[in-house]
Design a protein around this ligand. Structure first.
Ligand code: ADP
Length: 446
């Protein structure tokens, strides 16, 4: 087991990882930018190191500073959280060269899954169903036209290096293809420094369903069921739940088994998520995330398994704490991502939180790094906390969520709490009847 873990992240996820380390008796090192010296994870860590100015590229993405912080403090491992360096294969390799353990998968797996063309190819080879589309990258507009014609319109053009919903363009028919293709390429080039794109069938009304997996890097892996993340705005998840209201236990077991078998065969180590679109009873792989995800707590709520404990255990050469046959799914959990944004316009609202009061009681978990008097810096993403509610079934979960949202107080800034108070009382949500476009049309109608 590790003696000291450096947490190369900020906000709620830094605190989440810190809590797991404390439980395991591991010393913690927080690193932070000058904008984050008052952050909760910095206050609670055993040691902290300032790694640079506010801009992420000079601090949380600054590999040199982070490795130096590790050497100064004698940390023997780094947990990258999500975002920032969590899916940077080069970072994982540099740590290996410095004899620092990376709490995440092998660099080769990060690299393969980070290139969506390569990821899709690998997934298909491992028996995972994929969205019909181009064999690989497409560079020529005429070739794009031929492929799109074969697939059938509408099609979606996606950046190989894409992430965060960027670099995607839909073409409804041939007349839209050329412009969509060229825009996708130039956006991909500008955003990711890589203009490789591929084409796939655009699914009209799918749900986003993802499977949580954990591997031990020695050929063993388990799945922890699925999460339904269909409620999205601009391809960003807003509300996530487990189990999916759209799956029965047979479908869950079937797709779970396909995923755990695939990651076992890869020799995958650590936590990962295999993401699918789900339409008319069929699953279509879109990508694999090789890290802990924002929405991991809903899985923890229904399985009782601490995913960060599992990550740390396998990264230190240990085993998974459970076998597939021991994993049970209990009740239902929903997570609301609370952003410092106006609930109507989604304009960011940084500033001082005058008063912060979180709900409590049975089945309530709040993961947040903010507190009364905390000033939200304007430099980073706007997630200020996650409310995760568990109930014995979906109806009880929704009742409890409604109550918890009423108790939640964040004064001084705008938040997305009012949006969730609306959603929790909506009939379609209560019925579990929504696809990936539902939220955007709901917001457009509102
Ligand atoms: P990113 O890595 O940028 O998040 P993904 O490939 O995971 O990109 O896709 C993000 C979202 O874009 C999906 O959740 C879905 O809403 C939409 N999307 C992606 N591919 C398709 C597709 N083939 N058909 C319809 N929607 C899609």
């Amino acid at each position: 087991m590790f003696n000291k873990v450096l947490i190369a992240n900020r906000g709620e996820i830094a605190l989440r990882v810190l809590r797991a380390c404390k439980e395991l008796g591991i010393q913690t090192v927080a690193v932070h930018s000058t904008a984050d010296s008052e952050a909760m994870h910095v206050k609670l860590a055993d040691e902290s190191v300032c790694i640079g100015p506010p801009a992420s590229r000079d601090s949380y993405l600054n590999i040199h500073q982070i490795v130096a912080a590790c050497e100064i403090t004698g940390a023997d491992a780094i947990h990258p959280g999500y975002g920032f360096l969590s899916e940077n294969a080069k970072f994982a390799e540099i740590l290996e060269a410095h004899n620092i353990a990376f709490i995440g998968p092998k660099a080769e797996h990060i690299r393969t899954m980070g290139d969506k063309i390569e990821a899709k190819r690998t997934a298909a080879r491992l028996g995972i169903p994929v969205v019909p589309g181009s064999e690989g990258g497409v560079t020529d507009p005429n070739q794009a036209k031929r492929i799109a014609g074969d697939i059938g319109y509408p099609v979606i053009i996606k950046a190989a290096a894409g992430g965060g919903g960027r670099g995607m363009k839909v073409a409804r028919d041939e007349s839209e293809l050329k412009a969509a293709f060229q825009t996708a390429r130039s956006e991909a080039g500008a955003a990711f420094g890589d203009d490789a794109v591929y084409i796939e069938k655009y699914l009209g009304k799918p749900r986003h369903i993802e499977v949580q997996v954990v591997g031990d890097g020695k050929g063993n892996a388990v799945h922890l069921g699925e999460r339904d993340c269909s409620l999205q705005r601009r391809h960003q998840k807003v509300w996530e739940e487990a189990n999916s209201p759209a799956l029965n236990s047979d479908a869950r077991a079937r797709i779970g088994e396909i995923c755990s078998k695939a990651v076992a065969e890869m020799g995958y180590s650590g936590a990962g998520t295999v993401e699918f679109l789900y339409e008319d009873g069929e699953f279509y792989f879109i990508e694999m995330n090789t890290r802990l995800q924002v929405e991991h707590p809903v899985t923890e709520a229904i399985t009782g398994i601490d995913l960060v404990h599992e990550q740390i255990s396998v990264a230190s050469g240990g085993n998974l704490s459970v076998k597939q046959s021991e994993i049970e799914f209990h009740g239902h959990a929903i997570e609301c991502r609370i952003n410092a944004e106006n609930a109507r316009t989604f304009v960011p609202s940084p500033g001082v939180i005058k008063h912060f009061h979180t709900p409590g009681g049975l089945g309530i978990r709040v993961d947040s790094g903010v507190y009364s008097g905390y000033r939200i810096p304007p430099y980073y993403d706007s997630l200020i906390g996650k409310l995760i509610v568990h109930g014995r079934n979906r109806v009880e979960c929704l009742m409890r969520l409604r109550r918890a949202l009423d108790e939640f107080v964040v004064d001084g800034i705008d938040t997305t709490l009012p949006l969730f108070r609306d959603l929790v009382s909506n009939k379609d949500i209560a019925d579990g009847k929504y696809d990936i476009h539902w939220l955007e049309s709901y917001l457009a109608d509102g």
